[in-house]
Structures are given as structure tokens and as C-alpha cells.
Design a binder for this molecule. Structure first.
Ligand SMILES: [Zn+2]
Length: 265
């Protein structure tokens, strides 16, 4: 069985991985592990996560009360605590500011599309939570709707959060997957149109992987082959308008950008 010190070392390792990959700058990001029902270890505020030492890890309870450690936990711990409360099975959480997926939110381009089969099979689509003022209660509020259904959520203008029921490395890999998807999508957009997977291809991925169809259906899901259909179905179930304005805006915006790219070529 792992000791608390072992878990601290895992956080230190993941902090270095985030820093080395360029997913965080300066003192950005935060990492946590729930080591027992009411005991969470997490990174302190105001330190580079690329150069963590044991004393930069704080132990808190489920409400954020400090159990041990001299430093203050990150102000973004609120977001971790909300996720732990909503998902009792979660063991670890990583939050960082990977540049490409963050840039997608600034450009207003969604990554909630069925594009890469391995992503569909593991994460489903990758939703983006609404903009929230960093460090405030708005941040945990903004993720609630998504974190109950998804393990990887992009935060508007504020990086991404990933959770794992396995360990902190698994949470890190999910973050890496988000950024990798964003990088591939960016390159594809530079080359031309984005070809989403068809309904049939998505249905086959769902049956092969056993991923819940719910993960492919979100109100934020843009209108691609598989998930667009699911999103429409979900909207109908909720009795909402299917052709909602934000989806139309997104489609128009994508079409205009596509034309601009084609013009440049
Ligand atoms: Zn942050």
C-alpha cells in the first residue's frame, strides 16, 4: 500500500510533467489526490508545479480545512473539492492551462466533436464549461454540469480539468489527450475542413468501447455526425429548442472560418 509520502511524490512527478510539457507557466495549475474519504493532498498556492518539494504539498479535509502543512492550498482547490463531492469514486484531479485547448476557447471553437476514434472511446466528446472568474465560487459552479458526466472538461479561457478514479497519472494522461486532440484539430483546420466521424462510425465505437452514450451527448455538443444527433435527441427529451442559437452561431462561425482558410489557400 502506498504511503502519504508516496502520493506526495506522485504529485511532484506529475507537476514536473505538466511543466515540462508546457501545460503550465509560472505558478499555474494544481494537482490533488484523495487518499482517503476525508483526506486530500494538494499543491500549495504560489509555487511552480515544475519544481515542487514535499513542503509544497498540503493536506486538507473534504471541505478544504488544513490538516497539515504550513502553506495555503491553491485558491482553485474549490474546484477540486466540488468534483470530489459530486463524484465519490474519483481519486485524483489535475488542472492546468494547456495553450492549444485554451486558445480554442478564446477563438470560440468547440472541441466537442466526434473526430478522433480513441478520444471518442475513452473521453467521449470534450465539453467546454462556461467562463468563470478564476479563484471565485463561479469556477466550481461552472464545472458542475459537466464533471458529473465527463472526466475531461475544458474551462473557457482557463485551461482544463481532468479527473480519474484510478490515480493521478491517469488524470494527467487525460489532460495530455485533450491537448493532443486540440493540436491535431488545429493542424487539420489549417489544412482544410474537419471531417467528423459518421453516425455509423460513432455507434460502432460506442459498442466496441462500451462508453456511455451520454458522454457523446451534451448541450454543448456541436452538430457533427454522431454526437450532433445525440445532442438533438437530448435536447428534445428536455423539451428545448433543437436549433438553439449557440449551435447555429458555432456552425456559422465554423463555415466563415473554413471559407477564410480556403481563400488563403
Ligand atoms: Zn487555473
Amino acid at each position: 500500500m502506498k504511503s502519504e509520502l508516496d502520493y506526495k511524490r506522485d504529485i511532484i512527478t506529475v507537476g514536473k510533467m505538466l511543466y515540462d510539457k508546457g501545460y503550465i507557466a509560472a505558478t499555474d495549475g494544481n494537482i490533488s489526490i484523495r487518499i482517503s474519504a476525508n483526506r486530500i493532498i494538494t499543491t500549495a498556492s504560489g509555487v511552480s508545479k515544475g519544481f515542487l518539494k514535499d513542503e509544497h504539498i498540503v493536506v486538507v479535509d473534504g471541505d478544504g480545512g488544513i490538516l497539515s502543512g504550513r502553506r495555503k492550498p491553491s485558491s482553485e482547490l474549490k474546484m477540486h473539492l466540488a468534483a470530489y463531492k459530486l463524484r465519490p469514486e474519483i481519486k485524483a484531479i489535475v488542472h492546468a492551462h494547456p495553450p492549444t485547448c485554451t486558445a480554442f476557447t478564446i477563438a470560440g471553437v468547440s472541441l466537442a466533436k466526434c473526430v478522433l476514434p480513441e478520444v471518442v472511446m475513452t473521453l467521449g466528446v470534450i465539453p467546454t464549461a462556461d467562463y468563470a472568474t478564476p479563484t471565485t465560487q463561479e469556477v466550481p459552479e461552472s464545472i458542475k454540469e459537466y464533471i458529473t458526466r465527463y472526466d475531461a472538461v475544458i474551462l473557457d479561457r482557463h485551461g482544463a480539468i481532468t479527473v480519474s478514479k484510478k490515480d493521478v497519472f491517469d488524470a494527467y494522461y487525460k489532460l495530455e489527450k485533450i491537448e493532443h486532440t486540440a493540436e491535431i484539430t488545429l493542424k487539420a483546420r489549417q489544412l482544410g475542413n474537419i471531417k467528423t466521424l459518421s453516425d455509423k462510425q460513432v455507434a460502432r465505437l460506442v459498442s466496441v468501447s462500451g462508453i456511455s452514450e451520454e458522454r457523446l451527448c451534451s448541450s454543448r455538443c456541436v452538430n457533427c455526425g454522431g454526437c450532433g444527433k445525440s445532442a438533438r435527441r437530448a435536447a428534445e427529451t428536455r423539451g428545448e429548442m433543437t436549433g438553439n442559437i449557440s449551435m447555429i452561431k458555432e456552425l456559422v462561425r465554423e463555415e466563415v472560418l473554413r471559407e477564410l482558410v480556403n481563400c488563403k489557400n
